[in-house]
Write a protein of this length. Sequence first.
Length: 599
Amino acid sequence: MCGIVGYIGARQAQDILLNGLERLEYRGYDSAGIAVMDGAKLGVRKCAGRIAELRRLTENSPLSGCIGIGHTRWATHGEPTDVNAHPHTAGRIAVVHNGIIENHAALRRHLTEMGCRFVSQTDTEAAAHLLNALYRGDMLLAIRQAMGQLEGSYALAVLCENEPDVIYCVRLGSPLVVGVGEGEMFLASDIPAILPYTRDVIILEDREIAVLRRSGVRVYDAQGKPREVKPYSVDWDAAAAEKGGYAHFMLKEINEQPRAVQGTLSAYCGSEGLHSLLDGVPERVDFIACGTAYHAGMAGRHYFRELAGVESEAHIASEYRYSRLFPHPGETVVAISQSGETADTLAALRSAAEAGVRTAALTNTVGSTLSRLARAAMLTYAGPEIAVASTKAYITQVETLLLAAIDLGLRNGNLAAERAEGLLSALRALPEKMETVLQNPQFIQQYCGRHMNTRLMFFIGRGIDYAMAMEASLKLKEVSYLACEAYAAGELKHGSIALIDEGIPVFAICTKESLLDKTLSNLRETKARGAETVCVCPERFAVRAGQDADIVWTVPDADEMLLPLLIMLPMQLLAYYMAAAKGRDVDKPRNLAKSVTVE
Ligand code: F6R
């Protein structure tokens, strides 16, 4: 969603801001802008559309100055127009904002009565006017006073012509990081924006205000008390956030999965054995998450039931938070989120904590709000994920949940040590098998070429394969815009089979021997109604699958518990090549954002 960048130093700010905004493009946006201060004079350039438009604007009319802030906006209040784009100005102040000011209407009324003139439809403009109204020569104080009046979530960066050598920023519920350089400081809502310049970052906490000068940064709490800060060194490098020869980040990230799985395994399972991933010995483990992360939770539910023998459910975060909770004394709720900033997931985690449930987070983002809210945090070691569609973060989420279930199963006595060791050694062999699948994408590419005009597709599976079918369907629809549906294989005949028609592709995902015949018989039902059927399964089921399916896609044989990790690779490639064949904006699908910070 929206992105923020800022720079203060000896270099011209304009290019650094534009480069930073480009590195945040993956978050999704529909307008962009920058404000640069030259001496005590603010200049603003902003427009609807892509950063390329903004670049054109700045080429025709450049901004000079060594201090500035920039923004990519994903419209919530008011359409994506030039006027609604950030920065917003009021008096001698310019502001960029991520998040939502919930009481913006009341503030707008009050400030209008005081004589302020609003030009945009945005909630942000209310924050700009409020700061301008409160400013009496001390911006730190004005920001602290404004915090008392602003409701909602925000990350704000502020420039003021009266203080031409400072950037102020503040956060509540929306991330902000300060990058520390030599004689220069950077600001961003997301680490990849500043990685080419520095790896030393300070992650701001909620209700903290940072004051950036060329010489350094000072961080204050809401009472104006300074906090001692020590930069943290990010271990990703800038190359990890670049395409490295691939046509798209999505393809690069799909291909990085063997390494991501290997990295996550080594982080949790060293020479001393498997680490404890969850605190204590929970008797019930529930998952809360959204979208793809929810599908990882659905897979986790199977692992915890089967390997740890504990009750487990996966919940959609935006539903969980409004449902009546029945907390169990031995329960742990695990919130899963790649970004660690998803508003629905954060709200659901807070509800669980308020109900007295023990909480844990599973995230790919060190220092994210989620990891700090939860009592304990587990990390996925996928590295930065830039494409909007989640691939490597998802696979490492499923893997980490598998490891956590093995660990709990060992500790609660449900899983024999030999079986656990068998699973771990199979996991060690998995990256090589993943490489085999990734080296042969041609048949998938050809399939997509033949089916790019298909109007509808179905994915079916039973048990954990239903979770995989859900994810395969989401991936395909979000990047290719092809209408598709996922069903529990036995459920299709209860209504949706009416949609099956001549040539509609139906994919059956089959990783479990005990469910193979049942799922194949559901596939046969669709074939009898004209569907073109594809079975995606391990090599050992190929002959059996070929008796019922028109097409069989295989992955190398592996332990049944690990097959879901392998089977997702052809499904992700299907989504990628279909989107590429249709000429979609693969890394930045329409209407979507990488980090969904609104409810
Ligand atoms: C789909 C996708 C989304 C996210 C969802 C939650 O590819 O990426 O469905 O999984 O928006 O995001 P996080 O994991 O950041 O909480």
